[in-house]
Design a protein around this ligand. Structure first.
Ligand code: ATP
Ligand code: MG
Length: 276
């Protein structure tokens, strides 16, 4: 069984893509078989992975979402690519915008079930320990597919007033999905990213989050946070995970610690002490 995780925040720039990439690497480094899935037509994760925006659609996630457009071709395997950071990737491309529109048309069947179906056609459950789905911002038919396919959601958030206010809306959405579409959906965690604990505002927000979602309030909030660091952007530019680019940097420690915490939360059976 793989843990299928939707990396979700409706807010743009919350850190979804970066978290998917860098925590994906940290999990792979610890021996997990990690599949990353791009569900954003902006193709940010794919740009980082050096695939760009224009991967032929039959080699992207569009193929899983719109099988009727591709005929019944048996070589579904070609949607899975290898990344430079030790994971596998089913990429988005800019053509995903077409699939997104098509999923909104009247008369299409099972429009929110398609990613889930695609995963089972690929045998994802047997082949990977964890699947990280990089969701687009907003709440689209693509996000719906992620939330139906997923067992849990991982929510990166910046530690500022508006971001935290936005979490309430996000949680209502998750509640609704649980009610109507996917009763087994739970939280893997809420993670503070791009944190700067030196500012009083960030500490206050952290305390507020602690009160709302910390251990005494169900423990959804992760203990680990990811600090703000220019090294993260440097690693993006180099097409690497920051843990590869600068393994000794404190932000790389943050990702490793978070990966450990998430592995426990997701009940992954990692090989202790073995680094691939
Ligand atoms: N820990 C960090 N330190 C510094 N910069 C960061 C960190 N995490 C993310 N960023 C930067 O913040 C910006 C937004 O991050 P990212 O693209 O991951 O967010 P997103 O939620 O995927 O955005 P979108 O909603 O547009 O998909 C990027 O420029 C990224 O490089
Ligand atoms: Mg993104």
């Amino acid at each position: 069984m793989s843990a299928v995780v939707a990396v979700l925040n409706r807010k743009g720039g919350a850190g979804k893509t970066t978290l998917t990439k860098d925590v994906g690497y940290a999990l792979a480094e610890r021996g997990a078989r990690v599949l990353q899935v791009g569900l954003d037509p902006q193709s940010s994760l794919e740009v980082l992975a050096r695939l760009g925006f224009d991967t032929p659609p039959d080699r992207t996630v569009s193929r899983l979402l719109m099988p009727e457009e591709f005929g019944d071709t048996p070589d579904l395997e070609t949607v899975i690519h290898e990344t430079a950071w030790g994971t596998w990737l089913i990429p988005a491309s800019k053509a995903l915008a077409t699939a997104e529109r098509a999923l909104g048309e009247a008369g299409r069947g099972g429009v929110s079930q398609r990613l889930k179906r695609g995963f089972s056609r690929l045998g994802v459950d047997e082949r990977f320990d964890i699947v990280l789905i990089d969701c687009p911002p907003g709440m689209t038919s693509l996000t719906m597919n992620a939330l139906v396919a997923a067992g849990s959601v991982l929510v990166p958030t910046q530690l500022d007033f508006l971001s935290v206010a936005g979490l309430a809306v996000l949680m209502e959405t998750v509640e609704e999905i649980r009610e109507y579409d996917n009763p087994r959906l739970r939280y893997l965690g809420i993670v503070g990213t791009q944190t700067d604990e030196r500012t009083r505002h960030a500490r206050e927000i952290r305390d507020q989050l602690e009160e709302l979602f910390g251990e005494r309030a169900g423990g959804v909030l992760c203990r680990g946070t990811i600090r703000q660091s220019t090294r993260v952007r440097d690693a993006h530019a180099a097409g690497m995970a920051v843990g590869q680019f600068d393994p000794e940097h404190p932000v790389s420690d943050d990702y490793r610690a978070l990966a450990e915490e998430l592995a426990v939360r997701a009940r992954l059976d990692l090989v202790t002490g073995v680094i691939r």
